[in-house]
Design a binder for this molecule. Sequence first.
Ligand SMILES: C[S@@+](CC[C@H](N)C(=O)[O-])C[C@H]1O[C@@H](n2cnc3c(N)ncnc32)[C@H](O)[C@@H]1O
Length: 272
Amino acid sequence: MPLFGFDFLKKVPFKDKIIFDPTMMGQVVMHNRQTLSGIQNWIDEAAFKNSCFDYGVPQIIRNNINKQIDNSITYSDVLFYLMKKHFVNPDYLEIGVSVGKNFFQIMNNENVGSLTAFDIEEINPVLAAQLIPEREEKWETPSVSIKKSSSSLKDFKYINKDIRYLCADVWDENSWAKLKGNKYNVVFSDALHSAKAILFEFEMLSKYELLDEKFIIVWDDLIGKMRNAFFKIIRNYDKKYQIKDIYLVPLNGWVGQYENPHSVGIISNFVL
Ligand SMILES: C[S@@+](CC[C@H](N)C(=O)[O-])C[C@H]1O[C@@H](n2cnc3c(N)ncnc32)[C@H](O)[C@@H]1O
């Protein structure tokens, strides 16, 4: 029996505020700001020159990406907090990692298990410099993709953690198939900000059984049609996944106070 039982409605009921334990969140914010202070410059000019989309970093973000952010809560803080509060060694998938600013903060969460990054761009050399490379597998990218080089899956180590970097087009189903067998507890969807893309991503997560028994999924930038797609995902998959909690909240993003809060959606199959 679907929890919300509002299949006939276009919208689903959601909460618009998350209540955090102030002490735990204070620790998370301090930890993340400390982690960020370890990287002075996220931009590698040569990598940007060879990129598909400038790593999804428009000029306005580029001007601010290296600036110190204040202690207002960001989506990175919320991801970190939820992992710390609800899991022991959760496996994490980020779809759309760009230069790795959020990914690096999650990597430095001592509680996280393994981490997988999925992006059309090659791993940012600034992020790769933190990792020890292990293995690499390559395959052909479909000719219809805007990605004109081979796709690849690279394995790395970071301290004792397994890190995988899937460099491929989200639209390429073959790349999703490479993740089969993995189960993720926390997924952050932040690649193509279109309704069609997030619906397709969810179809892939479901088809390849990539969600673990207990999971949280977070989407960035849920405005306009993206928000309707978020509601549609909940309606379509509630029966399969028994969604227990839904949030739609304003949160600062990767450049903190230097841009307006993002509209962030969160679902989980347990009470957050
Ligand atoms: C907004 S950025 C991600 C920011 C990152 N999550 C953070 O918070 O630090 C979006 C990323 O999605 C990637 N992207 C866009 N289209 C894609 C596609 N078709 N397949 C895979 N990645 C894509 C871009 O390369 C870019 O790096």
